[in-house]
Design a protein around this ligand. Structure first.
Ligand code: GAL
Length: 680
């Protein structure tokens, strides 16, 4: 199979982000409630019992077949569909619809035996064998052909089955395989590079190979970032990330296009997840409905904030169309160091937080807890203890509650604030040999998101090149890499009256990780009215105090503990200046107003708490009205096309609260740990 048709264009612009209505699993009424089901572990009598219990719990969609390749095709070219026919029929008879997966995330043992050259080669150049799960090398012609063969068989067999509601291509592209260094992948990388740059001269220019004598003389000189004596050229590393995301996307597209030939009316998706190697803005354009998986970080007691962040991000990549929570857990997972069981009511809070932020499908991994295999300690809807358990009772209750929230489906979240996010910037910032390993794209983004969350400000995520005009406020916590088009977009946004807040180490490099000739933040210097003359990262034991004087004159002492910058202020007010640290008396927080717009710069890493006084000023400037909701109570509104509003209210705190739903007269009382959805 050819690997020539990469779309190696840099990234979607606002014009190319698809905002056409997304599709939805066919024939499912109300909110989707369901799970992954791995029936190959069980006997037919268990399937029947499962279908009965699923129906009792309100399950209306089941994902099936993700890891069934070996059971469907036990030997190459020899198929055994009878068991799957029966499972699908059993579900159908119980009124449950099917999200049928292509099983290409787990090629069978025979595949690796017959095509050892199709194994993934990891960064240390070790071939990865079978015995676990994960795709074969995404550039391998044998793997790609085998994927198409099994996909075709499934489409032929089940394309017109009345239970089929949705195709689920593969499982979590990018996990556990997000790159491969095989010969096939190396050649594909060369083709991708040629496609993107045209000539070797252009590659040499884009990657700055003049430094360290890396100039390429022939295309064969171009190799992936393999083991080498010192750090790899960062521009090459960045393009390798883009290439790897595109390569895996190409595998998805091949399966999707084949399915579409057979069943043009059945929507197709694949499940996203937290893997940082998949550019979801790009991928979301290729699915009919956006789906994601989310698992709590057990070690983090306030993990519900990151959950909300993932949900807001998923809604945003879905262009605010309803999206599917394809997997989460009823209680503990099995792959973190300490798999903390969920507290009573926590699963409902998690589920409703996703729902409130736009998910019209709440699904779990998995239906019935396994007895064997790697995931036997992962929680399930039907736990090892059966139906006389807390988890089952909560699962059952949630399913029935979701039935009563059916009207929420299709309503949308409206946000006045956007957080900028670009995977390219994350990939670039997190490469080696940066001014400080302590300044992390993820941590910066999480902190700024949590500030908004704590202030009860609902936000979208947005690509820096997308249309920002509907937002009163745009925050850019970590925009290290900013394309020329993105910089122009931000300028235009502020010129048109928008309010922008930029975090440290932003606007530094162009698309190729190159510093622009006219300075360290040249892309933003005029907009911010501030020029960065030097980065001043801190030692691990050091910190720098800074004095922040709000626009209304109140002072606060804030602390930077990772990062400072040495700024030349040209055309901005100084609101914060260092008291201590490497550059005492110099500016740390600035604001430049331009017409009714404003551009703020926070040139330090600040904690969630220390961001508060700065964000309070920013909200005032942007005319964002804050609500007086209690701490750790989450309220998000969804509005439907008739103007009806639905409020999701989640009390993460340990006490009961009375509150008024913002923007309404509706007063409610909500108990500790409780969550609900109300029409307001
Ligand atoms: C997901 C994966 C599932 C299951 C789950 C729980 O990442 O898609 O198949 O492994 O994690 O660990």
């Amino acid at each position: 199979m050819s690997t020539q048709n990469f779309d190696s264009s840099p990234r979607p612009s606002s014009q190319s982000i698809d905002t056409s209505p997304s599709q939805w699993p066919l024939g499912v009424e109300g909110v989707v409630y369901g799970c992954d089901y791995n029936p190959e572990q069980w006997t037919p009598d268990v399937w029947r019992e499962d279908a009965r219990l699923m129906a009792e719990a309100g399950v209306n969609l089941v994902s099936l077949g993700m890891f069934s390749w070996a059971n469907i095709e036990p030997r190459r070219g020899e198929y055994n569909f009878e068991w799957l026919d029966e499972v699908i029929d059993v579900l159908h008879e119980a009124g449950i619809r099917v999200d049928l997966a292509t099983p290409t995330a787990a090629p069978p043992a025979w595949f690796f035996r017959e095509f050892p050259e199709a194994r993934v080669i990891d960064r240390s150049l070790t071939p990865l064998g079978p015995g676990s799960r994960g795709m074969a090398c995404p550039a391998s012609p044998a793997y790609r052909q085998a994927c198409l063969d099994i996909t075709r068989k499934l489409a032929e067999r089940y394309g017109d089955h009345p239970a089929l509601a949705l195709w689920h291509v593969h499982n979590e592209y990018g996990l556990p395989v997000n790159e491969s260094f095989s010969q096939d992948a190396q050649e594909a990388f060369r083709r991708w590079t040629k496609d993107r740059y045209g000539t070797l001269d252009e590659v040499n220019r884009a990657w700055g190979t003049a430094f360290w004598g890396q100039t390429f003389g022939v295309w064969e000189d171009i190799l992936p970032p393999m083991p080498s004596p010192s750090v790899i050229n960062p521009s090459l590393e960045l393009d390798w990330r883009r290439f790897s995301s595109d390569l895996i996307l190409e595998c998805y597209i091949a399966e999707r296009d084949l399915l579409r030939e057979f069943t043009p009316d059945i929507p197709i998706t694949t499940n996203f997840h937290s893997c940082p190697y998949v550019d979801q803005w790009r991928w979301a354009q290729e699915v009919d409905v956006v789906a994601t998986d989310h698992y709590l970080t057990a070690a983090e007691p306030r993990n519900f904030v990151e959950l909300a962040q993932t949900a807001d991000l998923t809604r945003s990549v879905a262009a605010n169309h309803p999206w599917m929570l394809m997997e989460h857990s009823t209680s503990g997972v099995n792959w973190q160091p300490r798999n903390i069981a969920k507290q009573p009511l926590e699963m409902a809070r998690n589920s409703l937080s996703h729902l409130g932020r736009g998910a019209d499908a709440i699904m779990f991994f998995q239906w019935r807890a396994s007895l064997k295999g790697a995931e036997k300690y992962h929680s399930a809807m039907l736990p090892h203890g059966g139906t006389d358990t807390r988890i089952w009772r909560e699962t059952h209750k949630l399913g029935n509650d979701l039935v009563s929230y059916a009207d929420v489906r299709g309503s949308q979240v409206q946000a006045e604030v956007a957080v900028l996010l670009d995977w390219n910037s994350q990939w670039a910032q997190d490469l080696e040999w940066r001014p400080s390993v302590d300044l992390s794209h993820r941590v910066q983004t999480n902190r700024w998101y949590e500030r908004l969350w704590r202030d009860h400000v609902t936000c979208d995520f947005a690509h820096p090149e997308s249309d920002l005009s509907k937002y009163k406020l745009v925050v850019a916590p970590a925009s290290y890499l900013l394309s020329d088009a993105a910089a122009a977009n931000l300028n235009a946004y502020v010129e048109a009256g928008g309010n922008l807040v930029v975090g440290p180490f932003s606007g530094v490099v162009d698309d190729n990780d190159g510093v622009r000739p006219d300075g360290l933040n040249a892309a933003l210097a005029d907009l911010l009215g501030v020029k960065v003359q030097e980065f001043c990262p801190l030692r691990i034991e050091d910190s720098a105090d800074l004095n922040y004087t709000s626009v209304s004159g109140e002072s606060a002492t804030l602390v930077a503990d990772v990062w400072c910058e040495d700024l030349i202020v040209r055309d901005a007010e100084v609101l914060g200046e260092y008291l201590t640290g490497p550059r005492p008396t110099q500016a740390a927080v600035t604001r430049r107003t331009s017409g009714s717009g404003s551009a703020w710069y926070i040139a330090s890493d600040l904690s969630v708490g220390d961001l508060q006084p700065v964000f309070a000023d920013v909200y005032r400037q942007a005319r964002i009205e804050l609500s007086d909701l209690p701490q750790d109570v989450e309220v998000v509104l969804r509005t439907n096309s008739k103007g009806e509003k639905f409020a999701t209210v989640i009390n993460h705190s340990e006490r009961q609260h009375q509150l008024t739903i913002p923007g309404t007269d509706c007063r409610i009382e909500i108990g500790a740990g409780e969550s609900t959805v109300l029409k307001v």
